[in-house]
Design a protein around this ligand. Structure first.
Ligand code: ADP
Ligand code: MG
Ligand code: MG
Length: 946
């Protein structure tokens, strides 16, 4: 293959943007390219395999597991994998191949020929046909294209027909091959402005000319297929200007090149970006002997899950088609049968499949997503992988498998992806609303949850609508990879065709989207942009609702209700608490408690938020923002009075009005906490944020306070800052106006004293914000300590408290050893620490976020997921320096990152005592923290073994 020049085939359908290409360049393949004896091809067949299931990085997921299934004795057609290193080589060397590849491929083909008793390109005896299949490390649904029946031409089709004595079958294969190869490799595809795939148009036209109606493909006769082959070839010639390649080796090289080329097509790039898959991973190519599901009524193809991936039930689940090749099942050309009927249709292979199901689950100790073909009553396995699943299914699988002793409880924790957990907390439809609503249609429940939104019939308009802030429901007859962007933008997806393994269902499951598919009662008119169901017509932009748990479709917008978990935990609802979902969730959280080293606190400003977070298992408050308390009711007036005051006396007078409010808030919080710690941050935002900026509001305020409006305008203008993010805020306020700190400290400690007197334990932790200099901290801490002493003696009660700081500017992190001399704890304020370390304002980043993500400047949004390489270093430094001065210093994090699973893992690894996040993120953080602890333990055990 290396001897061929790069452009022997138009491999890639579309050229990739520069940025993505250069990402591949970065990879470390130079090493392999220069050393001579690299193995590029890994064969499997007849019980033996070069590779195994652990080699996904090199062989891709599909190839590694084909090797693994072969090793454990399952019936897998032989084949070979061209490794991902070839993909990297391909992009590093202007789309050419390593020199030794061709010989290795020839050896691989020989191996298949021997096992199958057929020859590649044989025009006399039974020809060997192959499938060329892509295989990235992780499956990327719809991104890569598979070509079946490769090796056919005008001669081998005759030898195939003769050898099998099945002419219809032989020509069906040939027709399919030209179609797939023409589409994927030669680029004969829907052009701008065309509504249908050109090959499909040819088929439809032929059917109508010949039969004057729609007939299914398997009813086409041998002669029909011959005619279609002729027309297909003509179409290829017309579109590409070239004849269809006849030499099987040319076909094989072309197909392999197309797979490598598709790694850089737009769809693949979009998908990788969404799931953070590095472009440098590359894809493998699998070449595998064909087995045939299209030989007649005792053959067929199917896809299945060993258990239900939508709700998690331990029931074999999937679909199949008799007399069809695998692509038909997912392509939605014919509506597949539910796999439960396979037992009656093909009892022997079904029984074998049931055995395979058990073997696979035992071997992989996880639910498998499988693809199979039955050829004349004999079962063949074509793929297995861990099945994608909804969060609800993850939970049920993991609970059941512990009971079945397939996995232990720690593995069960790892089986529930932390970033998916929120799905379980997502709302369901309000039962009363559903009872009143009329079900307009019912489809397959493919992605559980409730979604209401304005309907849009194509991806582009869905994306635009979402950008306008609308809630969107994407409605399509069926979806394809081109719809991916629209699916991402939508709350939910509704299709009128397609089964549980259709593209829509697959992607929805993976993204955790609500999805109802195959709702036959829904009629979609793309031209008129209308959806009709049960006689009701909906135009684009009208509301519809779908219930992905029951499969029901409703008109209008339905009310939603909290998930059973929320109802159970937050409201103590008995019925909710009796559900399996609730119990499973609680069990999971209990196990997390056992596994975790870090604890999880919450960011809460009110007793109610605190109560919810504690119910979710928070171990205290990591951040109370006192300024939020100033916006309620009349409080803002007193606050404004304070800001407008021109003398110390006037300021103190205004502050004394605020004091009782603050004290009351803290009393409430301490009472709920019952002795759990509460980190309370002193006033942080710049004062101008509290003043009114519109003329009207300024006039109102002037009247209320009895001052001249000019005074207010003047003060607003005095307080104006060119760069508020770096302005007069944080401890800088308390240093300029110590009386503010004094009032806040008093409010905190008086509340603490009152609650302590009621024999409820209190643990206030007063936090000084935005400290960059030790002196800043000391000035503020001195006031806090003094007030604490005063209050304790006035109220004649003792309680414990601490004074610490937020580390949120780089200087604070770098001089943490000095600050720790007097600071008893550090809490990393990673929102501001990220802003100040990156020199990027979070609120102004929108203007360039997209190009930054597209050009891979940011792997992820650094305000959502901690920038561990940059900001992480500041945290590590501060941790080390802080401990150097004060070995037992308490360390935590209170930025948004506290609820982000990846960031939580980082926090665990640097040894923080806790993370803090919003109440509803608490379970996510607990799960992530437990997983980090388990993974660390396992890594340590593995290292010890070595
Ligand atoms: P995808 O990654 O899109 O699932 P696959 O490579 O798994 O693509 O191929 C899709 C379908 O093609 C399979 O589900 C199977 O039905 C069919 N197929 C793949 N390889 C073979 C083969 N060797 N023989 C028969 N059918 C095959
Ligand atoms: Mg597959
Ligand atoms: Mg801050």
């Amino acid at each position: 293959m290396a001897t061929k020049k790069k452009a022997a085939q138009p491999a890639a359908k579309k050229t990739a943007p520069k940025a993505a290409k250069s990402a591949v360049k970065k990879s470390a393949v130079k090493k392999t390219a220069s050393s001579k004896k690299v193995k590029y091809v890994y064969t499997w067949g007849a019980g033996k395999a070069d590779g195994n299931g652990g080699m996904k990085a090199l062989l891709g997921g599909k190839g590694a597991n084909l090797a693994e299934m072969t090793r454990i004795g399952l019936p897998v057609p032989p084949g070979f994998t061209i490794s991902t290193e070839v993909c990297t080589y391909f992009y590093d060397n202007s789309r050419t191949y390593p020199v030794s590849l061709q010989a290795e491929m020839e050896a691989g083909v020989k191996n298949m020929e021997k096992i199958m008793g057929a020859k590649f390109g044989d025009a006399k005896g039974m020809p060997l046909l192959v499938a060329v299949r892509s295989g990235a490390r992780d499956s990327m649904p719809g991104m890569m294209d598979t070509i079946l029946n490769l090796g056919l031409n005008d001669e081998t089709v005759l030898s195939l027909a003769a050898a099998t004595k099945n002419e219809r079958f032989a020509w069906d294969c040939y027709r399919r091959f030209i179609q797939m190869y023409g589409d994927v490799v030669l680029g004969v595809q829907k052009a701008e402005g065309e509504d249908h795939e050109p090959f499909e148009v040819v088929i439809e036209t032929f059917k109508h000319e010949t039969y004057h109606k729609d007939i299914i493909d398997s009813d086409l006769t041998a002669d029909d297929q011959k005619e279609l082959v002729k027309r297909f070839k003509a179409l290829v010639k017309e579109r590409t200007g070239k004849g269809f390649p006849t030499n099987p080796w040319d076909q094989l090289r072309g197909a392999a090149g197309a797979v490598f080329g598709s790694w850089m097509n737009d769809r693949a790039i979009v998908y990788r970006r969404k799931y953070n898959i590095p472009a440098a991973w590359g894809t493998a190519v699998n070449v595998q002997a064909m087995v045939y599901g299209n030989t007649g009524e005792t053959s067929g193809s199917g896809v299945a899950f060993t258990r239900d991936p939508a709700n998690g039930k331990n029931e074999f689940w999937g679909e199949y088609l008799i007399n069809a090749q695998g692509e038909d099942v997912v392509a939605g050309v014919r509506t597949p049968e539910n796999v439960s009927t396979l037992k009656a249709a093909l009892p022997k292979p079904y029984a074998e499949l049931m055995k395979v199901r058990t073997i696979l689950e035992k071997h992989f100790t996880d639910v498998q997503d499988i693809e199979f073909t039955v050829q004349e009553g004999k079962l063949f396995m074509l793929q297995t992988r861990n099945g994608k699943r909804t969060a609800a299914a993850s939970l049920k699988f993991s609970m059941d498998m512990v009971k079945e002793k397939l996995i232990d409880w720690e593995t069960a924790i790892l089986r529930n992806p932390a970033e998916q957990l929120e799905q379980l907390l997502a709302p369901i439809f309000d039962l009363a609303d559903v009872a009143k609503a009329k079900t307009l249609a019912t489809g397959l429940p493919a992605g559980p949850g409730a979604a209401s939104g304005k309907i849009y019939l194509n991806a582009e308009r869905a994306v635009l609508a979402e950008a306008r802030g609308e809630k969107v429901l994407l409605v399509r007859t069926e979806t394809s990879p081109e719809d991916l962007r629209g699916m991402i933008a939508a709350e939910g997806i509704l299709t009128s065709k397609g089964g549980v393994s259709s593209h829509a269902a697959l992607v929805a499951r993976q993204m955790g989207k609500v999805c109802v598919c195959g709702a036959g009662g829904v009629e979609i008119d793309y031209d008129k942009k209308t959806v009709t169901a049960a006689g009701k017509v909906f135009k684009e932009g009208d509301f519809m609702s779908i219930d992905g748990t029951s499969g029901k479709v409703f008109g209008g917008e339905l009310k939603t209700a909290p998930s059973e978990i929320i109802s159970g935990i937050v409201s103590g609802d008995k019925a909710a608490m009796a559900t399996e979902k609730f119990k499973g969730f609680q069990q999971l959280m209990k196990w997390c408690e056992q596994a975790t080293r870090m604890s999880v606190r919450t960011n809460a400003d009110t007793p109610e938020q605190t109560r919810i977070a504690l119910a979710f298992g928070a171990k205290g408050i990591g951040l109370t923002r006192t300024e939020h308390m100033f916006f309620e009711g009349d409080r803002i007036d007193a606050m404004r009075e304070m800001i407008l005051a021109t003398t110390l006396e006037a300021r103190k007078a205004a502050l004394s009005k605020l004091l009782p409010y603050q004290r009351e808030d803290f009393t409430g919080i301490f009472t709920v906490l019952k002795g759990l710690p509460a980190t309370i941050r002193l006033l942080d935002p710049p004062l101008h944020e509290f003043l009114p900026h519109s003329k009207e509001q300024q006039n109102d305020l002037a009247k209320k306070l009895g001052v001249k409006v000019e005074t207010i305008i003047q003060r607003v203008s005095d307080l104006h800052e060119f760069n508020p993010m770096l302005g007069h805020r944080g401890c800088r306020l308390g240093i300029a106006y110590p009386e503010i700190t004094e009032m806040q400290a008093r409010a905190i400690f008086e509340a603490a004293a009152d609650v302590a007197k009621k024999k409820i334990k209190v643990k206030p932790e007063v936090m000084i914000p935005l400290v960059g200099f030790k002196k800043e901290f000391d000035l503020q801490a001195e006031i806090v300590h003094r007030v604490a002493k005063e209050v304790m003696s006035e109220k004649k009660v003792k309680f414990e408290y601490q004074v610490g700081t937020m580390i949120e500017v780089p200087r604070g992190a770098l001089t943490a050893d000095q600050i720790a001399e007097n600071a008893e704890f550090f809490s990393f304020g990673t929102n501001d620490l990220t802003q100040t370390a990156l020199g990027i304002s979070r609120d102004d980043m929108g203007a360039f976020l997209l190009p930054y993500v597209e050009n891979d400047v940011f792997a992820k949004n650094p305000f959502a997921t901690l920038d561990t390489t940059g900001v992480g270093q500041l945290i590590e430094t501060a941790v080390a320096k802080g401990r150097q001065t004060r070995p037992d210093i308490k360390l935590g994090i209170c930025g948004e990152h506290g609820g982000d699973p990846d960031s939580v893992v980082f926090c665990h690894n640097v040894g923080l005592a806790y993370v803090s996040c919003s109440p509803y993120r608490v379970p996510v953080a607990r799960l992530a923290a437990a997983q980090a602890a388990i993974l660390e333990k396992r890594a340590a055990a593995a290292a010890k073994k070595k």
